[in-house]
Design a protein. Structure first.
Length: 332
């Protein structure tokens, strides 16, 4: 049994490392963290909207004196549920990989705001996006991209504490990064790890993502803060890596037979993974795997919105309830 409870809010990992969790980890409910030493602090990611980011920052400032003025914000990647609150961390250095900066406008909050207000304009894709993102408010968000970039690795001092930034994208996204605190054996993975939920491979190559999982498994870490889901261990990394390996192995024969990726998604036996949260994400991962198998000199870029129609169909096929079906019944 985990020593950690998957409850909303701030969790003290010890020695100045903290996680901020948002159950149940499904669409939009991402995690963040903060590393503090003396008067210095480094925030790992913001949340999907201003309301939830402000709530998180208020909780941090109530418990961690160094959070009163955050000196550094590191975005693990560009997805909005890890970046849309950046504007609230005024005055901080915002650091990310070059890939994250290149990817930053892929999900535009203004477009999401339009979809939430008039989903029918976007058809079934709009309907599913409105379902996935209904807890969130996008109208006042100003995209606030990183002000500094790094390649490969970067070492930062937070007070006297050493923090390592490690570039591992493209894998889940174009610009993934890990935030490692060696002395405390803590790592913040962003969406390199979805714990107790189905990963989604927007970019790939998935073989690289598998390699990144193996990199984490080989590191001297004990406490892992996933991008979504509970505080984790290496066993959670191993389970998600095995999902990616299994889906890759099962997809290859369909690709070689010339079967379309959408048809393949319905033909693949998901086994135990069928019961994971958000199992419909296999649609996007199959599309990415097919791109991997093609091995084209220039990798195609697929607009994300149309995938939501396909995922809606798959979710209904799997007999899953609506996303966030209990959201309207209680305060998150």
């Amino acid at each position: 049994m985990s020593r950690w409870q998957f409850t909303k809010g701030l969790h003290d990992l010890g020695n100045g490392c903290w996680a901020y969790l948002q159950p149940d980890g499904s669409w939009g409910w991402s995690n963040a963290g903060i590393i503090a030493d003396g008067d210095a602090s480094l925030l790992v990611d913001t949340l999907f909207d201003l309301k939830y980011t402000k709530e998180m920052l208020d909780a941090m400032r109530a418990s961690i004196p160094a959070a009163e003025k955050i000196g550094i914000l590191v975005n693990t990647h560009a997805d909005g549920d890890h970046t849309f609150g950046n504007q609230l961390v005024e005055g901080a250095r915002i650091i990310a990989t070059e890939g994250t900066v290149s990817d930053f406008a892929r999900f535009d909050p203004a477009v999401l705001d339009q979809i939430m207000k008039d989903p029918a304009k976007y058809g079934r894709a709009g309907d599913f996006m409105a379902e996935c993102f209904r807890p969130f408010e996008f109208s006042d968000i100003v995209l606030t991209p990183p002000t500094e970039t790094f390649k490969d690795r970067m070492t930062i001092k937070v007070g006297d504490k050493t923090v390592e930034l490690i570039e591992v994208g493209p894998s889940h996204s174009l610009g993934d990064a890990l935030i490692h605190v060696p002395a405390d054996k803590v790592i913040y993975t962003g969406d390199i790890l979805f714990s107790e939920g189905t990963p989604i491979a927007w970019y790939g190559p998935i073989a690289r993502w598998i390699d990144v999982c193996n990199l984490v498994l080989d590191m001297d870490v004990e406490t892992i803060v996933a991008g979504h889901g509970p505080i984790s261990t290496k066993e959670d990394v191993r389970r998600m890596r095995d999902y990616l390996m299994d889906v890759t192995e099962k997809a290859r024969p369909f690709y070689e037979q010339g079967i379309d990726f959408l048809d393949a998604a319905y033909k693949i036996d998901l086994g135990e993974y069928r019961d994971w949260n958000d199992a419909e994400r296999v649609i996007v991962t199959l599309r990415t795997l097919y791109d991997d198998f093609d091995g084209a000199a220039e990798r195609p870029v697929h607009p994300p919105i149309p995938f939501f129609e396909h995922m809606k169909d798959m979710r209904e096929h799997l007999g899953k309830p609506p996303v966030h079906c209990d959201f309207c019944c209680h305060e998150h």
